[in-house]
Design a protein around this ligand. Sequence first.
Ligand SMILES: C[S@@+](CC[C@H](N)C(=O)[O-])C[C@H]1O[C@@H](n2cnc3c(N)ncnc32)[C@H](O)[C@@H]1O
Length: 209
Amino acid sequence: MKESKHIAINEAKWDKWAGTLDEKGKRNDYLRKAQNDVIALLEMSEDIRLLDIGCGTGKALAFAAEKNNGKGEFYGADLSEKMIEKAKETFKGEENFHFIQANAESIPLPDHSFDDIICTHSFHHYLHPIKALNEMHRLLKPAGKLYLLDPTTDGIMMKVIDKIVKLTDKAHVKMYSTKEFKNMFSVAGLRYLDSKVIMGPVKVHIGRK
Ligand SMILES: C[S@@+](CC[C@H](N)C(=O)[O-])C[C@H]1O[C@@H](n2cnc3c(N)ncnc32)[C@H](O)[C@@H]1O
């Protein structure tokens, strides 16, 4: 599929989701738990600079700020204009929260500016995953850490599910195995440190610049 067409389909899908992403329910509970589990892995400091790529309405950043007694600078980037509008509305007046509409493959923020980057349930929608990982590498400070959470296709079942979802959802690009994540991290210059199962096939893959 042409890049511009994929971006349009992907953005339209998430613009539509923006209205319901924060509604109470099983999907929301699950996504928030996953974000919380990732935030629990972060080592916080008073001056932390944290970026969430594919941030949706920005909930993970709120969890991080809460864990850090409000200290730090929190940035969110998302392809969907509507998600970013919602995030800006939610965090209105909070000066240490910043939201920007951008494709994960090209984020207009300065080089080496983040201690940590998180990316939850978003990576399988990226048309050029290596470009996105290169961007994460560029944005991280030296020794900064990436926490990338996504359903991971380590078993045959998940590989089949990935193929089926791709047929039914045009915004879906691909889910990856741990081996593929390790290779992609390495191509982007990131050292693969570890992975942790969050729930079933959903894993967080941790890398360091
Ligand atoms: C399932 S939602 C997850 C939102 C949030 N991270 C969470 O865990 O609840 C996927 C998010 O990824 C964003 N997204 C998809 N493709 C993207 C891209 N190429 N660049 C940036 N964000 C993207 C969508 O707009 C959407 O907000």
